[in-house]
Design a protein around this ligand. Structure first.
Ligand code: NAD
Ligand code: GLY
Length: 362
């Protein structure tokens, strides 16, 4: 039996949409029907997720006239223009009209590419996110960033394109590999740090329940995460300013991901270590207590997330890799720091000396 445990909205005027969080939502035919306008559906997943969950969605879709099911290969390397082109080949061969609905069933890779395909097909069609990783449930499915990668850069070809609805079925987390689950928890903790101190304290207390994947705890953590993200997106949909706070830990994290080669560290793992560095820097500036940094380190260890940069990356390696981010953002290195737990700020005056001090061998 499906059960909606929480509903919240991403408030964007006439593009406002609901985010449902609950049990067995991906097989809730009434819920799906509310957000599918016509009789045509394109269901996109991948070869790992389809055998686990596609049949449940398919049966919930009932006897719609046209259902095209596309099963992508699994992996970040397939979030590409080639895969996008394959999707369009199938959708056009099956003659989907402007009235069709694209459904993304999967993690952030499937969600990002399906969203971008929906944004482009016939200049934009109906689109529903059904995220199945914790990262996708608390981050990538909410907020409308869609993209594919280009050989010269991650997420370089994309669009802001909001879905009509997000259906978060927390049962899907039971099959998620432990490492992916921990990486998703890094993003959950991020919301507490940047904008919600009570939530951060709740996470410190309830982390064992989350690690045990207890249903009520998961629903609560996902709801609080999505509510925090929805608020930021509602204020700054296109990242003119505030939305950048969602990138706490990302400047250091991107350097780790690039320096190690994509895929060696999961995004959430790199962000976790990046957040720890950002907290250390905030403490060095006197904005937060050193004890908060230690408590955060303990929390990351509890979640089985890495708490030190890769041994082969020194300060010079970080500075060189972060110079790329600098070029991207008007020649200034932009870093998200904390003025306090639950209060992020965007700074552009971090010096190389500070970075060298932070990453000096102890
Ligand atoms: P992913 O989509 O690669 O999924 C991780 C792995 O888990 C894959 O092997 C997948 O097949 C498998 N999987 C997914 N759900 C499962 C389940 N329920 N049970 C068992 N296995 C399952 O990775 P991700 O971490 O979800 O997403 C990463 C992507 O998200 C990156 O491409 C990143 O750029 C993007 N992203 C986008 C945004 C955004 O705002 N749009 C935000 C953050 C990240
Ligand atoms: N994941 C960052 C954002 O959505 O802006």
């Amino acid at each position: 039996m499906s059960l909606i445990m929480h509903t919240l909205h991403v408030e964007l005027g006439e593009r406002t949409y609901p985010v449902y969080i609950g049990r067995d939502l991906l097989s809730d035919n009434k819920l799906l029907a509310q957000h599918i306008a016509g009789s045509q559906v394109v269901l996109i997943s991948n070869e790992t997720i389809a055998p686990l969950y596609a049949e449940r969605v398919r049966s919930a879709l009932g006897d719609r006239q046209l259902i095209t099911e596309i099963v992508l290969p699994d992996g970040e390397q397939y979030k590409s223009l080639d895969t996008l082109s394959d999707i369009f080949d199938r959708v056009m061969a099956d003659k989907h009209s402007r009235n069709t609905t694209f459904i993304a069933l999967g993690g952030g890779v499937v969600g990002d590419i399906t969203g971008f395909a929906a944004a482009c097909y016939q200049r934009g069609v109906n689109f529903i996110q059904v995220p199945t990783t914790l990262l996708a449930q608390v981050d990538s499915s909410v907020g409308g960033k869609t993209a594919v990668n280009h050989p010269q850069g991650k997420n370089m070809i994309g669009a802001f394109y909001q879905p009509q609805a997000v259906l978060i079925d927390i049962n899907t987390l039971q099959t998620l590999p432990a490492r992916e689950f921990s990486a998703g928890l890094a993003e959950v903790v991020k919301y507490g740090l940047i904008s919600d101190e009570p939530f951060y304290r709740w996470l410190q207390e309830h982390m064992p329940r989350l690690l045990a994947r207890e249903e009520a705890a998961l629903a609560e953590a996902i709801e609080r995460s999505c509510a925090n993200k929805a608020q930021v997106v509602a204020e700054d949909e296109r990242e003119g300013g505030l939305r950048a706070i969602l990138n706490l830990g990302h400047t250091f994290g991107h350097a780790i991901e690039t320096g190690q080669g994509y895929g060696k560290w999961l995004h959430g793992e790199a962000v976790a270590t990046g957040m720890l560095l950002a907290l250390e820097l905030s403490a060095r500036r006197g904005w937060i207590e050193a004890t908060e940094v230690e408590d955060f380190r303990t929390l990351l260890l509890d979640i089985h997330l890495p708490v030190a940069p890769p041994a082969d990356m020194d300060a010079e390696a970080f500075l060189e890799l972060m110079a790329h981010d600098k070029k991207v953002i008007d020649g200034k290195l932009r870093v998200i720091l904390l003025k306090a737990i639950g209060s992020a700020c965007i700074v552009d005056d971090v010096t190389d000396t500070e970075i060298r001090g932070l990453l000096a061998p102890s």
